[in-house]
Design a protein around this ligand. Structure first.
Ligand SMILES: [Zn+2]
Length: 169
């Protein structure tokens, strides 16, 4: 028996994809329902990236929890815990693609650690050395007192400020 909900107005059955779309949000994928999933799809499409299964899953982990700062290793660990079958190399590639598409911003600390920031608006960071954590500085107007002179033919694209903090002894 086919329930009425899965019939078109003319009585024909919907195709499989349509049924999956129609039932998403009900019982089939409880972990992946709601706005974040929809938003990630829209986000990828708007950035010209095909919403593949892996991009959707990683995007959902990245963007589904508000503003975050993650390294590739941190995201890989989250993906593994969420049973998303991806390799660390795929995580790196996806993060770089999302960055190139303007959906993420890279913040390098130490030259060895690269964080990916889901907040791409202009802001600066505190780096908590003790816990290797990157935190937004709430004041967006924090500026260098005097901008350096730039070489002929160049302009300042962005100023990334990382204020390193350590616990007082
Ligand atoms: Zn940030």
């Amino acid at each position: 028996m086919v329930p009425d909900a899965e019939m078109n107005d003319d009585g024909s059955m919907l195709n499989d994809d349509a049924v999956i779309l129609a039932t998403r949000g009900a019982t089939h994928q409880p972990a992946l329902t709601g706005c974040p999933w929809h938003d990630v799809n829209e986000m990828l499409q708007a950035a010209g990236l095909r919403p593949t299964r892996q991009r959707m899953a990683l995007g959902w982990l990245l963007f589904g929890k508000g503003a975050r700062h993650l390294t590739a290793e941190m995201l890989y660990e989250e993906a593994t815990l969420a049973k998303v079958p991806v390799s660390l190399a795929t995580v790196y590639n996806t993060l770089n693609q999302l960055t190139d598409a303007g959906l993420l911003r890279q913040v390098s600390v130490d030259g060895t650690k690269t964080y990916f920031d889901t907040n791409v608006s202009a802001h600066h960071h505190f780096y908590l050395e003790n816990n290797h954590e990157l935190v937004d500085i709430p004041d967006p107007h924090l500026m260098l007192q005097k901008m350096p002179e730039v070489p002929e033919g160049y302009e300042i694209a962005r100023v990334d400020m990382v204020v390193r903090l350590r616990k007082k002894r």
